[in-house]
Design a protein around this ligand. Structure first.
Ligand code: ADP
Ligand code: ASP
Ligand code: MG
Length: 428
């Protein structure tokens, strides 16, 4: 008998039928003799709808109230799922994040987990109940306010509970059959990956493959939690994310010993590009600019410095950051403009980032050539470039992103003959 943590995303519980289907799936797992702890997300696009609603009232909502609002989505689905299990003859009890012992810091909207004390969840398991926990939320240790952990955060709730309860596996149920070589909504010939190292999965998630929340992959790696990403709409085997690079992949007979060079292509539309124009080309100016950005609590991704269009002795510094942080960063830059002495700031949200990821590329010199050749043949203009040992990323125009993803996917022979199935969701 083992303990399984099962997380169901919003598209898996988007309506009453979906909730019934998930309830049956949980009961089937119980019937096989396992203890089950469930983490649920808000139904369908509830979180986006709540955000839209708040946006109709104010564009500067108090962060505490925003978290109170958004955390309610998961409370709806946890209670409904418990009712569905009860109606089907099972025993279930639902808990909010704070009842389940998810203790976080006080940073609303992107709270980090400090401690997990799932005593009530343990007691529910002892009483042979299915414990259902609302994802994406916790309670601040200091302020005792309700916090949320950032979009997609229910994955992280699930892994944190799996680690605290020493579960045998954490299953992430979603609307596709696993992690693919590209988003199957864009590349229908994408292939399902059977096993992926946590190192590569980290890069995929960090590069925008939202099938797993980045922090969930980090957490699973740190605590050695095996992750199985699969669909709640099928019983197909999904993708295993291997907890640590030391965790040896069990190679079946006849399987090639070397992993493929490339694991996949990820894309991201959630970033904007900021260009600080006409920065005096003297030591210390970049530090001043990034000091201002750090003060605004923005997470910078790519950075490029160019000779300025503003003339001699000047440079332009461009960087990308999450669109949601753009407003604060721009305000902070404008305030510091006179002191730092740059000429202006440009801001563009219509960009897209594409990343090619694979642990094999560090020992394969032809990868960059093939990558840029594919982009050029597809008529994609490259605006910014950054690399790591196992990733090449570029920024291009948002409306060229899909073309670019398809071209790179094909150039690295990742296309499969079968079309990937997308079972549900709106991709929002
Ligand atoms: P959930 O509501 O279950 O948390 P998400 O919408 O957060 O689901 O994540 C699943 C979606 O992630 C898929 O429907 C797919 O469009 C998208 N996705 C992006 N990149 C990938 C990838 N490489 N493999 C699989 N899905 C991906
Ligand atoms: N409901 C939250 C969101 O839409 C959390 C999650 O689904 O993981 O971001
Ligand atoms: Mg998700």
């Amino acid at each position: 008998m083992s303990l399984i943590v099962q997380k169901f995303g919003g598209s898996s519980v988007s309506d009453a039928d979906g909730i019934k289907r998930v309830a049956r799936r949980i009961m089937d797992t119980r019937a096989q003799g396992h203890d089950v702890v469930v983490v649920v997300s808000a139904m369908g696009d509830t979180t986006d709808d709540l955000l839209d609603l708040a946006g109709q009232l104010t564009d500067d909502a108090p962060a505490r109230e925003m978290d109170m609002l958004l955390s309610s989505g998961e409370r709806i689905s946890m209670a409904l799922l418990a009712m569905a299990i009860d109606a089907a003859g099972g025993k279930a009890v639902s808990f909010t994040g704070s009842q389940a012992g998810m203790v976080t810091d006080a940073v609303h909207g992107k709270a980090r987990i400090i401690e997990v004390s799932p005593d009530r969840v343990r007691k529910a398991i002892e009483r042979q109940h299915v414990a259902i926990v609302a994802g994406f939320q916790g309670m601040s240790k200091d302020s005792h306010n309700i916090t949320t952990m950032g979009r997609g955060g229910s994955d992280t709730t699930a892994v944190a509970l799996a680690a605290a309860l020493d579960a045998d596996v954490c299953e992430i149920y979603t609307d596709v059959d696993g992690v693919y070589t590209a988003d199957p909504r864009i590349v229908s010939s994408a292939q399902k990956i059977d096993k992926i190292s946590s190192e590569e999965m980290l890069e995929m998630a960090a590069s925008g493959a939202k099938v797993l929340h980045l922090r969930c992959v980090e957490y699973a790696r740190r605590f050695g939690v095996p992750l199985h990403v699969r669909s709640s709409f099928s019983t197909n085997e999904g993708t295993w994310v291997l907890p640590s690079p030391d965790d040896k992949i069990k190679i079946q007979e006849g399987e090639p010993l070397e992993q493929p060079i490339i694991s996949g292509v990820a894309h991201d539309r959630s970033e904007a590009k900021v260009t600080v124009v006409g920065v005096p080309d003297i030591p210390g100016k970049a530090a001043e600019i990034f000091g201002v950005i750090a003060g605004a609590n923005s997470n910078i991704d790519m950075i490029v410095q160019n000779v300025s269009t503003a003339g001699r002795g000047k440079t332009d510094i461009s960087f990308t950051l999450p669109i949601v942080e753009g407003k604060d960063a721009l305000a902070a830059l404008h305030e510091a403009q006179e002191r730092i002495g740059f000429e202006g700031v440009e801001y563009n949200e219509k960009i897209g980032k594409l990343s090619l990821i694979g642990a094999g590329m560090r020992s394969n010199p032809g990868v960059s050539f093939r990558f840029f050749e594919a982009l050029s043949a597809a008529g994609v203009n490259v605006d910014m470039i950054s690399t790591s040992e196992i990733r090449i990323s570029i920024v291009t125009d948002a409306d060229k992103l899909d073309t670019a993803v398809k071209a790179v996917h094909t150039a690295f022979n990742l296309d499969s003959d079968d079309a990937a199935t997308v079972y549900g969701g709106t991709g929002r």
